[in-house]
Design a protein around this ligand. Structure first.
Ligand code: SF4
Length: 702
């Protein structure tokens, strides 16, 4: 139950830490305010290269939730405040009973890309070692998994940016496909503007003329769901117009011929017909990239959140490889990771198919290594489980889990086909949510566990560069609130074997440093090797890049300079083919819906919607439409519109804006509504849902 909190004093002031929100992980100092008000003062750090003194309005206001009245400060059991022992005993008893009836997979775990590395690691271990369940995945599957899958198959390694973010300023050209950093992570933009100040050129691919696209030298505005065709067309032109780096292709890659053959049919006029992007603009984009000594291709969610997201990113990587970019100083391909720990969260075992260190759960050597660290037999580690949407879709079904433990996620708002997901959550025998506020998902839970947040705990986060950063504790959590590590320990003690050994308290320390030391051993020798990283090193060096296999190792800011992480050290071209969206526009649903974020809010909005200054900027969902479409519908700005898809309907205020295509409408997904409409069609490789395009119709309300 939300209550107002007493003023709290800092543990020490100020603490040099990082923003709780996006993957840029801007450095900030946090101190208690003066006057005993309990307010928290935030100032940007100058020593963190990602933001070097900049913050966006989300970061500036992040302290409000530490002291505001929206915090949960006592466990809730069926909506009533209870003590911790009563809450955790209830959860443990119900899990025991449900697993006795339905087996280990009768209980599932769902994590988040905002959890620290320590939490993600301990959650994965808890699921496998204590619950014995294979049913664990996390909301990062909704975020970067297509880029991760494409990078793994091209480079043998998935690290968002395989170079420091400051390298961008050195580039002569940057092509950004499907990212809007001017709204999602504004301090990122300084690296692009510095690049342009030095003479570099920016090309942005986006169906909307976003704030980022307005900064570009060239904006390509394809029909939603056609980025893959566009990338094929760009490579076709690069080949045809002599921009392929033949020496690089011969010396550092495999498979170019097959890809060159596959794009031969994507001549520019055909691509224009499919994408709506004029041939002249495509030629100019290739000319800009081809003429630059150093160039970078970046993808964001706009290219990735599709049922063909892995292939779309692959097509952009193929283009980057043909131009000879990855693994050259100042050049490359990168994915702009979104969630705060989107990178680290996908490395240490909260994914259905993964063990710590970015190891595969079905790899016998990986199982043996991790089992040894965990003190169990490798055969006791369950196999792969369901991916995020498949897991949510199976909840409460005859063959699916009957209980869900959920940490750091709000799928009622953030999952595709959210109405159906909400029904599945309601059908459970037990839903347990650990959160700091009563989110839409927590409001459905049988048990809500109030958890500490970023400035109240220690831990590590890995930002979009693959730089491992230290989150420092600036003040104590409010009385009655526990950390996620303490909650996991409390459950492990109750559900483990009752000893101090690996299945009891001994295997689940609540101190972040102790968990990190174990994570270092578990990750040693893996793709994401953290074994040489310590809290002391991170503090002294303002972050350490993985892989870092040993305390004497300097870390790896640019992992591909000497070779790729493939068996033969060469990057792989992979042929891919365009296909239309899973749900194309038709007579009944004649428009495309695309979703995204606004400057003032973060992800499902569970935190930012509770911050007055951010809510004052945008307080409800809107529907962005082109003036031609508005005229056809007889709608003017400010009127309410109903948006209807095959999965549900929602309403929003019309914003009439020539910056969007006339066949497309845009809705932000920070409020329950947009994802009632979205299509859960999954990418066959990454299992990422098609958030970015579905077919809708608009109706005037009233
Ligand atoms: Fe920086 Fe992202 Fe936080 Fe904004 S939300 S201050 S860009 S880390």
């Amino acid at each position: 139950m939300p209550i107002s909190l007493p003023a709290r004093e800092p543990v020490k002031a100020p603490a040099a830490t990082h923003c709780p929100y996006c993957a840029l992980q801007c450095g900030m100092n946090v101190a208690a305010g003066t006057g005993g008000t309990g307010a928290v003062e935030i100032t940007p750090r100058l020593d963190v290269p990602a933001n070097s003194g900049g913050l966006c309005q989300k970061g500036w206001t992040a302290g409000e939730l530490l002291t505001g009245g929206a915090r949960l400060t006592t466990p809730l059991l069926h909506g009533e405040p209870v003590g911790w022992d009563e809450a955790l005993d209830f959860v443990a008893d119900r899990i025991r009973a449900l697993q006795a009836e339905h087996g280990p997979d009768g209980v599932a775990v769902f994590g988040g890309g905002g959890l620290t590395n320590e939490k993600a690691y301990l959650l994965g271990k808890f699921a496998r070692v204590v619950l014995g369940t294979s049913q664990i995945d996390y909301n990062g599957r909704f975020c970067m998994s297509s880029a991760a899958a494409a990078s793994n198959r091209a480079f043998g390694l998935d690290r968002g940016l395989p170079f420091p973010i400051t390298d961008l300023a050195e580039a002569g050209a940057v092509l950004l496909a499907g990212g809007n950093m001017a709204e999602t992570m504004p301090p990122f933009v300084r690296h692009l503007t510095e690049m342009r100040r030095r003479g570099g050129r920016l090309v942005v691919v986006d169906p909307r003329l976003t704030a980022t696209a307005r900064l570009a030298d060239l904006h390509l505005q394809p029909t939603p769901g056609t980025d893959l065709a566009l990338a094929l067309g760009l490579l076709h032109l690069a080949v045809a117009e002599g921009h392929v780096d033949a020496a690089y292709v011969a010396g550092r890659t495999n498979g170019f011929e097959a890809v060159a053959t596959s794009v031969a049919a994507w001549w520019p006029e055909r691509v224009e017909r499919v994408t709506g992007v004029p041939v002249a603009q495509m030629r100019l984009a290739v000319e800009i990239l081809g003429a630059a000594d150093r160039a970078v291709i970046l993808t964001g969610r706009g290219a990735e959140q599709h049922a063909k997201g892995t292939d779309t990113v692959t097509a952009f990587i193929n283009l980057a490889l043909a131009l000879g970019l990855p693994g050259r100083p100042g050049s490359g391909y990168g994915c702009v990771t979104g969630q705060g720990n989107g990178q680290g969260g996908r490395e240490h075992g909260q994914k259905a198919d993964q063990l710590p260190g970015y190891r595969k759960i079905d790899d016998p050597a990986a199982r043996e290594h991790v089992a040894k660290v965990w003190g169990i037999d490798p055969a006791e580690i369950p196999g792969p489980g369901r991916s995020a949407y498949e897991l949510l879709d199976a909840l409460g079904t005859p063959s699916g889990p009957r209980a869900l433990l959920l940490f750091g996620s709000n799928p009622v708002v953030s999952a595709p086909r959210a109405g159906h997901v909400t029904d599945r959550l309601r059908s459970l025998d037990l839903l347990v949510v650990s959160d700091l506020v009563l989110s839409e998902t927590a409001a459905l839970a049988d048990v809500v566990l109030p958890t500490a947040q970023w400035a109240e705990e220690e831990g590590t986060m890995t930002n979009l560069e693959g730089r491992v950063l230290l989150r420092r504790r600036a003040l104590d959590p409010p009385p009655g609130v526990r950390t996620d590590l303490e909650i996991i320990q409390g459950l492990a003690v109750r559900l483990g074997d009752g000893t101090g050994g690996p299945r009891g308290a001994g295997g689940f320390p609540a101190e972040a440093r102790a968990v990190f030391d174990e994570l270092r051993r578990a990750s040693a020798g893996g793709t994401a090797d953290y074994s040489g990283i310590t809290y002391e090193r991170i503090a002294a060096e303002t972050g350490v890049f993985w892989p870092c296999p040993g305390t004497g190792h300097p870390g790896t800011p640019r992992p591909f300079l000497d070779g790729f992480a493939t068996p033969d050290g060469r990057a792989n071209f992979v042929p891919v083919e365009h296909r239309p969206p899973e749900e194309d526009a038709d007579a009944d649903y004649p428009l495309y819906l695309t979703t995204g974020r606004v400057l003032a809010h973060y992800q499902s909005g569970a935190q930012t919607r509770r911050i007055a200054a951010l809510n004052a900027v945008v307080s409800e969902a809107f529907v962005e439409v082109h003036p031609d479409l508005a005229e056809r519908l007889g709608v003017s700005a400010g009127q309410r519109l109903r948006v209807v898809s095959r999965r549900g309907e929602t309403e929003g205020v019309a914003r009439v804006n020539p910056a969007i295509r006339a066949d497309t409408v845009f809705m932000p997904f920070h409020w329950a509504g947009a994802n009632l409409l979205t299509n859960p069609a999954l990418d066959p490789v990454s299992r990422m849902p098609e958030f970015k395009v579905c077919a809708v119709r608009l109706e005037r309300v009233g």
